[in-house]
Design a protein around this ligand. Structure first.
Ligand SMILES: Cc1cc2nc3c(=O)[nH]c(=O)nc-3n(C[C@H](O)[C@H](O)[C@H](O)COP(=O)(O)O)c2cc1C
Length: 190
């Protein structure tokens, strides 16, 4: 089968919590980010940006995450706070994709958000094509205002995805997929 089609039909997410190293090289990450930027984009607004976390930055940002968790859950125990502080260390490389809404009447907000979703998917595919695993997860922190502030997001911006990249010790098995015929209908001419 054509290599690209094969890639599209076989991509699987790896679980961030089970990821191991090595993560993407500088070059591989560059390719992942470039693929992310090459998405359909109504009005050429580029309504998204990327924040990359590698090395110590993952733990440094972990402090922000942990404090935000504590503020939202004052009853949280030491164990949960310690987990939150290490959340980004589950993978070698973490990229937060931010959907930045441009104020223009020409392109509806919904279309700008969809473009950011396409960014995330392109990045997963570029990782897969380079023999890496990726996982697109949101979890609570994507919706947390303290985290948004730390990422210098405007009020209308949203986190489209937190993407984790690394390797898996075992290839991921296939999962159930939606029934093809149940999802596809044909508009029949009368
Ligand atoms: C916007 C978005 C947010 C997601 N957030 C989570 C999440 O917080 N936790 C999770 O386990 N999976 C989340 N997923 C699902 C995984 O990324 C993944 O698609 C799922 O585990 C199925 O695996 P597959 O990609 O191999 O089909 C999210 C997917 C999308 C598109």
């Amino acid at each position: 089968m054509n290599e690209t089609i094969d890639l599209l039909l076989t991509r699987r997410s790896g679980r961030a919590r089970d990821m191991v190293g090595p993560g993407p090289t500088k070059q591989q990450l560059g390719t992942i980010l470039k693929a992310g930027m090459r998405v359909p984009d109504h009005g050429k607004l580029a309504p998204w940006r990327f924040v990359v976390f590698e090395g110590n930055a993952r733990e440094e940002f972990g402090e922000v995450i942990s404090k935000a968790f504590q503020a939202a859950n004052p009853e949280a125990g030491e164990e949960s706070l310690a987990f939150e502080a290490k959340r980004f260390t589950r993978a070698e490389t973490v990229v937060v994709v931010i959907s930045e809404i441009r104020n223009t009447k020409k392109v509806p907000e919904w279309e700008q958000v969809l473009s950011a979703g396409a960014v995330c998917q392109n990045m997963l595919l570029a990782a897969h094509a380079q023999g890496l695993y990726g996982q697109w997860i949101s979890e609570w922190l994507s919706y947390d205002k303290t985290v948004h502030k730390a990422l210098s997001m405007d009020d209308q911006d949203r986190i489209a995805g937190v993407l984790y990249f690394g390797q898996m010790e075992q290839p991921q098995a296939e999962r159930d997929r939606p029934d093809f015929d149940a999802k596809v209908s044909r508009w029949a001419a009368r």
